[in-house]
Design a protein around this ligand. Structure first.
Ligand SMILES: [Zn+2]
Length: 347
């Protein structure tokens, strides 16, 4: 008997049974075999896929292609996306146009590295002997020195059931041949400002795994001290999707980092940021803008070469929305990594 539906991919993964069938398909199982590399076997990947779906039933509403794509990106880096290790996450986002077209919830799946994954990639790079990121709570003992001999003293208060609110986060990276670690410290306010910018601030890992996401945020900042391997770069780019890449349009369903990168390069059109919408919210600001058109010399976007990110908006807007930090004397730094950003001039 001919079964028309069997070989046709439905718009979403559907159910656990359907997912299993999907994984058994010839083309899909060979795609999974192709994902297996130096770090993971095909069997392990299949197991992680089922674990991830079990842990997060929302994934069943993802398009099969975006789902496979996200798994592949994680597997390429050898990161466990099953959900239990904090190495990587599969994060679903609503696909507006497809949801509308099919009159049901259709999600796109995205791969996001976790802080454990970033730590793993740092060690793999071989230049660090120590990498860590921790949250400090109010009742913990925490002191630090910066300067020429940076040092942290951190004693988590384990006597108390409740260690209090998050006070700050720190990341420490010690490179080979260096007796001292490089330190980054972020206050709770700074961490939450980064969370605010995430398009997944109300769902996904910022909700389910906030402490881990805070640790990743401070670790990202410390990564500027480490030579970036292609794997670290790839992970950072994937992570950027959580912050600055708009939802794919209808014909770009499931497109990965590569395609999005291409899109960015082609149009040189940054797809960040709350700055514009914040500006639009205030009608007075808008009138101001129409009354006095932007001076030609004023940059309309900034680029962080470390995060491989573009930030759209004027300096004022981007500082107001905590995307950039104003260091004075015209120096603007990226809130995520602390590196100086370059202006991009409008055309
Ligand atoms: Zn940056």
């Amino acid at each position: 008997m001919e079964n028309k539906t069997n070989n046709k991919t439905s718009i979403v993964l559907g159910s656990k049974a359907e997912l299993k069938k999907f994984l058994e398909r010839q083309d899909v199982s060979s795609a999974i075999k192709a994902m297996a590399g130096k770090y993971l076997t095909g069997d392990r990947i299949t197991k992680m896929i089922l674990l991830a779906a079990n842990r997060q039933p929302k994934l069943f509403n993802c398009t099969p292609r975006s789902f496979l794509d996200a798994c592949m990106k994680s597997a390429e880096l050898g990161l466990d996306f099953g959900g239990a290790t904090g190495q990587a996450y599969l994060v679903p986002f609503r696909n507006g146009p497809l949801s509308k077209k099919h009159n049901r919830t259709v999600l796109d799946c995205t791969f996001i590295p976790g802080y454990q994954g970033l730590i793993e990639l740092c060690y793999r790079g071989g230049s660090a002997t120590y990498v860590d990121a921790q949250l400090v709570y109010q009742k913990d003992k925490f002191t630090y020195n910066l300067g020429s001999e940076p040092r942290i003293v951190f004693e988590p208060n384990l006597d108390e059931e409740d260690r209090g609110d998050v006070k700050c986060a720190f990341a420490a990276i010690r490179l080979k041949d260096s007796p001292y670690p490089k330190l980054e410290i972020m206050t709770k306010k700074q961490l939450l400002a980064i969370k605010e910018r995430s398009k997944a601030k109300d769902s996904g890992p910022w909700v389910t795994d906030e402490p881990e996401m805070m640790r990743k945020t401070v670790l990202r900042r410390a990564l500027k001290y480490i030579p970036k391997t292609p794997e670290i770069e790839q992970a950072l780019e994937a992570d950027n999707q959580l912050y600055d890449i708009g939802l794919p349009t209808n014909n770009e369903v499931g497109l990965g980092v590569e395609a999005i990168k291409e899109r960015i390069a082609k149009k040189r059109k940054p797809i960040v940021v709350n700055a514009k919408s914040v500006a639009a919210e205030s009608s007075t600001k808008q009138t101001e803008q129409t009354e006095q058109p932007m001076a030609k010399e004023e940059p309309t976007a900034y680029h962080c070469s470390h995060c491989v990110k573009d930030y759209e908006g004027t300096a004022k807007e981007l500082v107001a929305t905590n995307v950039l930090e104003d260091r004075g004397e015209g120096v603007l730094t990226c809130a995520e990594c602390g590196m100086e950003v370059e202006p991009i001039m409008g055309d």
